[in-house]
Design a protein around this ligand. Structure first.
Ligand code: SF4
Length: 280
């Protein structure tokens, strides 16, 4: 099934009910308005960083430098200290100060609201630009992070190698009326149920419309990502008879991915995380 035929309305209805986020048809900014500049900088900070580290670093940074002018004038060593926990902080400090200066000098301190202008800023790629449009301005776009990319592939609506490729496909095939709630709901689902390893398919509220959920329920192989070719049935270099489950550490990972069973060490980590836009 491609993105044009997929029942997106059912998916959004079920996920918003499951996570109690309210009616996704209500304009997003009514309850979730964010400062476009802080969305932009926060998204840059989130690159290759855990959500928790991004949240703490962003709060520290914006407490001292909440707008383009103050951040552009901030001492670089101080910025590095405040964002250190996000990793790559030398590069990120340089980039966010430069972006702040560009917004101050070129746009009078107001973050631009077009994809072309946003992606012309240094260090701002498609995902960051789309986050600003959606979470800062309420303009329809589909920010595709690792959660959205992974879930779209598991649903079976795309078979893509990169988030950028997924974004292009989704933007071409999904009706724009679904774009704004798309990222926040799928990210929340990716953090809680459709996790990178050990998706909890038996508990999933959209399992019946998901290609992976349907395949597992019917005892078939789930669709595989485009960047993960099928391993030989013989078990490859590790040996093993055709049709027998693979063995070893990688095999355990494969089983978790396909059965949804979590390893003992991760039990207890089942708390539901608060809703958050996906910018990692
Ligand atoms: S059924 Fe499984 S793979 Fe599909 S969306 Fe739900 S958790 Fe993810």
């Amino acid at each position: 099934m491609n993105g044009r035929d997929f029942p997106w309305e059912t998916l959004l209805d079920r996920l918003s009910a499951f996570y109690r986020t309210g009616d996704w048809r209500v304009p997003y900014l009514r309850d979730h308005a964010e400062d476009p500049f802080q969305v932009l900088i926060g998204t840059v900070l989130s690159q290759r960083t855990r959500d928790e580290a991004t949240d703490v670093a962003s709060a520290q940074l914006f407490a001292k430098y909440p707008d383009p002018d103050s951040l552009a004038r901030a001492p670089v060593a101080e910025v590095e200290r405040l964002i250190r926990r996000t990793g790559f902080y030398h590069t990120k400090a340089r980039v966010i100060r430069e972006v702040a200066a560009q917004i101050r000098d070129t746009y009078g301190g107001v973050v631009p609201r077009s994809f072309a202008e946003l992606t012309a800023l240094q260090g701002v790629g498609p995902k960051t630009a789309n986050c600003v449009l959606v979470f800062g301005y309420g303009i329809p776009a589909i920010p595709v992070d690792t959660h959205v990319h992974r879930i779209a592939n598991r649903l079976g609506v795309v078979r893509t190698r990169t988030p950028e490729e997924t974004e292009r496909r989704l933007a071409a095939e999904v009706d724009p009326k679904y774009w704004i709630p798309f990222n926040p709901l799928l990210v929340q689902h990716g953090q809680n149920i459709c996790r990178p390893i050990g998706p909890r398919c038996p508990e999933c509220p959209i399992a019946d419309i998901c290609a992976t959920g349907q395949a597992l329920r019917e005892g078939r192989d789930p669709p595989r990502p485009a960047d993960r070719p099928r391993r030989p049935a013989s078990g490859g270099a590790r040996g093993g008879r055709p049709g027998t489950p693979p063995r070893g550490r990688r095999a355990a990972t494969t089983r978790r991915r396909t059965t949804g069973r979590r390893p003992p060490s991760r039990r207890g980590r089942t708390r539901r995380r608060r809703p958050r836009a996906g910018r990692s």
